[in-house]
Design a protein around this ligand. Structure first.
Ligand code: ADP
Ligand code: MG
Length: 695
């Protein structure tokens, strides 16, 4: 008697038709319990609940239709095909088959009535269905094939839609017996979406006849919203739990005497901005405490986050601890390394390097120096997260461009060792401007600081939108800038995911430009160059030995060449606004007036035009992010999507913005009033991905 057993504890093998092999396939999709199966939601639906008159079909419809066979023929064209003409009195349609047998043809006699299902297309002589499903029907057979919309599930090899339907049908039967816990108390649902979880799941798996396929696809559908809300609450709780787990540990209080920091400040050729000073004070206070700091510093490109991080690192060193600085790409990490060496070596501090390709003796030396504590500072990539990397006294871990690392990677830092059971403080930096409402959801585990001011003297980059029909004029502009001793970037974008195609396109562009622009020294960087080659090209661009740098979007982060004052971005309509903003941030770093040309490919759609207009109108990253939210275009929006930690099954941070605040409130309430529901909620929605719960 296990009917009452909770569905979260009922393994899928309890269902008919699930043996070890199927269980393994399901496990590949993270489906182990019947509850997991219920949360595996359809991607879309087909309507097989009604028969659509032939006269009412439109191209693009996926529909059930019926008609009498008027005529059957075999056409010998480029491909032999069987054509079946149907008529139902309201209209006609043609069924077209390329693969068929003689028996199949013979069964299709004139006046047979057929019921078909398929996608309606415009053919040479009117509407057609290519290879539809079909079966003969008698005139009396007026019953619909299905009583609900037909769900189409995301699937994996060896699992067919029919199989999914059988399994979810069984799961829904079990659901009828009320064995799925309602984890959100009525208080949290506020009566807004009164739908119970079970009802929402029923509607999503089997929308009743009469529901339109479009309505089900819409984000506003109450069933979808009910689940999205619960998922957002679960995510919120998981981040809070991560935070609570870490905050419960102890970190070394890093006070220091300020001597190193004073010396660095004196050596800098500039004064810190008020915003930098304010954020530094926030960091200093956090780091002086016994609770580990967990702070995100948001600051637009060029706002000067690096020097703030360096001063925080020196505070750790003054207190006798080590600091590690990690970045998501070699290029960016290398630039941090150069800056840190330039600032810290004059103070008598060694700065180590640990990249993905640091091997052999060099690697052994760095690891040994970190483990014995003789190396106070280290810069590197993900390589710093590897488990062989141990520190004698790690006081501060700085992570740049956090959205490319997952929350779990950061959690791994806890084990890196500050000595004596202590954990390091964490400083996370991002140049991705995220509106506050979103940041509070996406980074619920972190405290937030914002450097909301650029160093003085920066002139905003002037941005122009130019059609690629005027490419020649743009090339002349590059010539003029280089002749005047300035430098320029030419950024190639390609819609293809393939990195190799991107690189080819960049190579081709570089070749053309250097042919056209004689006297201009053209360099090229793309993702397939070796780190050393990339570095060499960048170094030559920085030293002025290259005038024009052709690049793929690899230069998105990390490049600082103040003399570069012109940037051309090809096909900007293919990129997200956040990414364009980051790219554009590479110019306008020196004293000269800078320009950015968005070389688009006409015609631009209305949204694309509006989005690019935002780039022309403002250089404020936060405003751009807000507009990006409103307009939604291609590419990952705001970089949030990139975050491995932010993968939602139902919710969508952008689309479900109206739910964010309520979800935060619900999470607060649950933590206080129903803490026993927290773990089951997290397990239901984040499954095995949440390992910190075992901390
Ligand atoms: P980001 O926040 O994009 O990482 P960086 O830290 O790379 O910005 O700083 C951009 C440039 O501005 C660097 O060349 C840096 O040395 C310089 N910089 C930083 N702070 C100031 C300041 N207060 N005044 C003038 N220049 C500054
Ligand atoms: Mg930076």
């Amino acid at each position: 008697m296990n009917q009452i057993r909770s569905l979260s504890e009922t393994p899928v093998t309890a269902l008919r038709g699930v043996g070890p092999k199927r269980a393994e396939r399901l496990a590949r999709l993270g489906i182990e319990s019947v509850q997991d199966l219920l949360f595996h939601l359809p991607l879309r639906y087909q309507d097989r609940t009604r028969v659509v008159p032939l006269g009412a079909l439109r191209p693009g419809d996926e529909a059930v239709c019926e008609g009498e066979v008027e005529h059957v023929e075999i056409r010998f064209g480029r491909r032999r095909s069987l054509l079946v003409h149907l008529n139902d009195g309201s209209g006609r349609i043609l069924l077209r088959f390329f693969h068929f047998s003689a028996a199949q043809k013979n069964a299709l006699r004139k006046e047979t009535r057929l019921r078909c299902f398929g996608e309606v297309r415009n053919g040479p002589a009117g509407l057609e269905l290519i290879h539809p499903e079909y079966r003969p029907v008698t005139t009396a057979d007026a019953v619909a094939d299905e009583r609900s919309l037909t769900p189409i599930y995301p699937t994996t090899e060896g699992m067919h839609q029919l199989g999914w339907r059988e399994l979810t049908a069984q799961a829904l039967e079990l659901l009828e017996r009320g064995a799925l816990e309602e984890l959100l108390p009525p208080h949290c649902l506020k009566g807004r979406d009164r739908l119970s979880l079970a009802e929402a799941l029923r509607q999503l798996h089997r929308p009743p006849a009469g529901t339109s396929v479009e309505a089900m696809a819409a984000a506003r559908h109450p069933a979808r919203r009910r689940l999205a809300f619960e998922e957002l609450v679960a995510h919120q709780l998981s981040l809070r739990e991560a935070r609570r787990t870490l905050k419960a540990l102890e970190a070394p209080p890093l006070r220091g005497d300020g001597a190193l920091r004073r010396r660095l400040r004196q050596a800098l050729p500039f004064r810190l901005t008020a915003a930098q000073e304010r954020v530094l004070r926030e960091l200093q206070a956090d780091m002086a405490a016994r609770r580990p700091m967990l702070r995100l510093v948001q600051g637009d490109v060029g706002s000067g986050k690096t020097v703030v991080a360096a001063l925080a690192a020196l505070q750790a060193v003054e207190a006798g601890f080590q600091a590690a600085f990690m970045a998501p790409t070699e290029l960016l990490a290398e630039q941090h390394l150069r800056n840190l060496r330039r600032w810290c070596e004059p103070l008598g501090l060694r700065v180590g390097w640990l990249g993905g390709r640091t091997q052999g003796g060099a690697r052994r030396q760095v690891l040994a120096a970190l483990a014995e504590g003789s190396l106070p500072l280290v810069v590197g990539t993900q390589a710093l997260f590897q488990k062989e990397v141990a520190f004698a006294r790690l006081g501060l871990a700085i992570v740049d461009e956090q959205h490319r690392f997952g929350v779990h990677q950061r959690l791994a830092l806890r084990d890196k060792g500050a000595g004596a059971g202590l954990v390091p403080h964490q400083l996370i930096m991002t140049a991705t401007p995220i509106p506050r409402s979103l940041a509070m959801t996406a980074y619920a585990d972190l405290d937030l600081s914002v450097i909301d001011e650029l160093p003085p003297g920066r002139k905003p980059v002037q941005t122009a939108l130019v059609s690629d029909r005027r490419r020649d004029q743009v090339i002349e502009r590059v010539r003029a800038a280089c002749a005047a001793g300035r430098q320029a970037y030419w950024v190639c974008t390609l819609i293809e995911e393939s990195e190799s195609l991107q690189c080819q396109a960049a190579e081709e562009t570089a070749r053309q430009l250097s042919e056209t622009l004689d006297g201009v020294r053209v360099g090229l960087v793309h993702g397939r160059l070796k780190a050393r080659e990339k570095e060499a090209v960048m170094a030559r661009f920085k030293s002025g030995a290259i005038d024009l740098l052709v690049a793929t979007t690899v230069i998105e982060v990390g490049v600082d060449v103040p003399n570069a004052s012109l940037m051309i971005i090809e096909n900007p309509e293919r990129l997200g606004l956040a990414q364009l903003h980051q790219l554009r941030g590479r110019v306008g770093r020196g004293g000269a007036e800078s320009h950015c040309v968005l070389l688009y490919h006409p015609p631009l759609g209305e949204t694309a035009r509006a989005r690019l207009a935002v780039m022309r109108e403002t250089t404020d990253g936060f405003r751009i992010a807000q507009k990006d939210l409103e307009l939604r275009g291609p590419g990952e929006i705001l970089g949030v999507r990139q975050a491995g930690e932010m993968q939602f099954r139902v919710a969508d941070l952008v689309r479900d913005q109206p739910l964010l605040e309520e979800a935060r409130e619900a999470a607060d309430w649950l933590l206080v009033h129903a803490p026993e529901r927290v773990a089951p909620l997290i397990r239901r929605w984040l499954g095995g991905a949440t390992r910190y719960a075992q901390a």
